[in-house]
Design a protein around this ligand. Structure first.
Ligand SMILES: Nc1ncnc2c1ncn2[C@@H]1O[C@H](COP(=O)(O)OP(=O)(O)O)[C@@H](O)[C@H]1O
Ligand SMILES: [Mg+2]
Length: 538
């Protein structure tokens, strides 16, 4: 009698078990790390990403590259996720975190080969990460919020190698001014710094506006193009009669009635505009529509108006100008109006923008990025966002560390010392963690065409001699005190990277069974082979 097989799952469910599952996941993580590693540091290369619709992105930014690649392998996706977290939590260090996770897994594989159980490895990694956080807190340097020079250096370190080289200093100045201006009680909401783009002039013309730049033109040509000493009404109410949200039916049976009805309509609009005018407003920014008749009346009064301004912009303008957003015209008085030195319409190439500028003590500002092409502007935007992230992070925590691999080398040294006090197998795991950290300085060297082994040897001996801030300065291509060379990063880049890289590496190491149902993306089809654009890299 033959036994019938027991079926737990549908036939098309695929499984990878034990070692195979581990190796497959580790390989995927390593491949992701290999992809971004050539972009690391000031001498890193860029990648050109072409979408299915032939849109092109040229970038050096880790998280942008990984997001655009549409990675499907489940473990690789977990690595992409930590890059995203790094981006949202710190705004920079998205390449480093992926490299660290990849290296932790690669080194873990060596331990697996020595028959060390994954549980021991994850415990060792956890101990190493905790120790690293402790050392980081110890070596971090305090800065004060008005240390503008240091904050600028932090911004510049983040932007080095992002194609913003010529304007780095200017960008850093803009970033620090913007962040310190919108900060309140030591906190910064980056939502209050608007980034707007203008195609036409050069990157060098990028400017900080004490106010808000809107991607809007005035509603009518008859309105003034420029208003000085602007008093701005912020209205969240349609300046029109036909409210499309309400369906109304009117029965009219005689021409007189029609005439009367139209006259009534006109009167209502007239009353609205009178209310606006009585408040003393010289500019109207309306979140809803403004109809032809209202436009005509506003133009006649010499009032500048924009319609359908985005809600988020209305809020920023309110913060910048001190005006209140009103949703009932009866509430509109001079007190509710915002103030700006000028409101004007400006043309840049084909784009028309409305500048609300010269606000006194604005709590929201705009960085207006200029550039010759969209690709350049977009990459500048990514550089500026990195700069904003690190400055906010340095300002809010008040702690910074030296870059150029100095921190990683010091951590690695201290972890090796720490490992001496541990039992055999955990000791090996902590040592592998220590060696994974060296991947950052060696890659910085490699990407700059320097010999990674030479650099690593020198870094090691300098740290052993007690030179805590010895790092690779890629302005001079020498190992030196990088703090003096002003290569500075916020502490948070490092603490966040270490904690998420360790978390994801440990999570992947604990997996010994991958069960994938077919017929969905990320299934086993993408487990065996990588998506075509990742194949061949290993
Ligand atoms: N002038 C410099 N010399 C050496 N290393 C630098 C310099 N400027 C930045 N770095 C280092 O480059 C690394 C960041 O590179 P980057 O390409 O921005 O990657 P990430 O996406 O991880 O931020 C950091 O380790 C930083 O310390
Ligand atoms: Mg960076």
């Amino acid at each position: 009698m033959s036994e019938k097989p027991v079926m737990l799952m549908p036939e098309d469910v695929q499984r990878i078990l034990g070692k195979d599952a581990q190796r497959n996941n580790i390989l995927a993580a390593k491949m992701v790390s290999e992809i971004v590693k050539t972009t690391l540091g000031p001498k890193g290369m860029d990648k050109m990403l072409v979408s299915p619709t032939n849109d092109i992105i040229v970038t050096n930014d880790g998280v942008t590259i990984l997001e655009e690649m549409q990675i499907e392998h489940p473990a690789a996706k977990m690595i992409v996720e930590i890059s995203r977290t790094q981006d949202s939590e710190v705004g920079d260090g998205t390449t480093s975190v992926v490299m660290l996770a990849g290296k932790l897994l690669e080194n873990a594989e060596r331990l697996l080969d020595k028959k060390i159980h994954p549980t021991v490895i994850t415990k060792g990694y956890r101990l190493a990460a905790e120790k690293a956080q402790e050392v980081l807190r110890e070596i971090a340097l305090k800065i004060t919020p008005d240390d503008h020079e240091v904050l600028k250096q932090v911004a510049m370190t983040a932007m080095t190698g992002k194609g913003a080289e010529d304007s780095k200093e200017k960008f850093a100045e803009i970033i620090v001014r913007a962040v310190t201006q919108v900060a309140s009680n030591g906190k910064v909401d980056l939502g209050n710094i608007k980034i707007e783009k203008a195609k036409g002039d050069g990157v060098k013309d990028t400017e900080l506006i004490s106010g808000i730049v809107l991607d809007k033109e005035k509603v009518s040509h008859d309105m003034p193009s420029r208003v000085e000493g602007a008093q701005i009404a912020l209205i969240d109410f349609p300046l029109e009669l036909k409210n499309p949200e309400i369906d109304t039916k009117i029965s009219i049976s005689s021409p007189d009635q029609l005439q009367g009805f139209l006259a009534q309509e006109e009167r209502t609009i007239k009353e609205m505009i009178e209310k606006v005018q009585n408040s003393g407003a010289t500019v109207v920014l309306c979140q809803k529509g403004i109809d032809d008749f209202a436009q005509y009346l506003l133009s006649k009064e010499g009032i500048y108006a924009c319609r359908r301004v985005a809600k988020s912009d209305m809020e920023k303008i309110s913060k910048a100008t001190g005006g209140k957003i009103v949703s009932n015209l009866d509430e509109l008085t001079n007190f509710e109006l915002g103030n700006a030195q000028t409101v004007e319409e400006v043309r840049h190439g084909g784009d028309v923008l409305t500048y609300v500028r010269g606000c006194k003590n604005p709590k929201a500002m705009t960085i207006l990025i200029h550039g010759g092409t969209e690709h350049v502007i977009d990459e500048m935007e990514r550089a500026i966002k990195d700069g904003l992230g690190v400055v906010v992070s340095a300002l809010t925590s008040g702690l910074v560390v030296p870059g150029g691999g100095a921190v990683e080398m010091e951590l690695s040294k201290r972890l090796r010392e720490f490992s001496q006090g541990l039992s055999g197998r955990e000791q090996l795991a902590v040592e592998e963690f220590a060696s994974a950290l060296e991947f950052i300085p060696t890659t910085l060297a490699e990407n700059a065409g320097l010999d990674p082994i030479d650099i690593l040897t020198e870094l090691k001996s300098r740290h052993d001699a007690g030179e805590r801030n010895a790092g690779l300065n890629l302005f001079t291509n020498k190992v030196e005190n990088v703090l003096e060379a002003r290569i500075i990063e916020p502490l948070k880049i490092k603490t966040q990277a270490i904690s998420s890289a360790t978390d994801v590496a440990n999570m992947i190491l604990r997996i010994d069974d991958v069960i994938a149902s077919s017929g969905r993306s990320g299934g086993m089809g993408s487990m065996g082979g990588m998506p075509p654009h990742m194949a061949g890299l290993s």
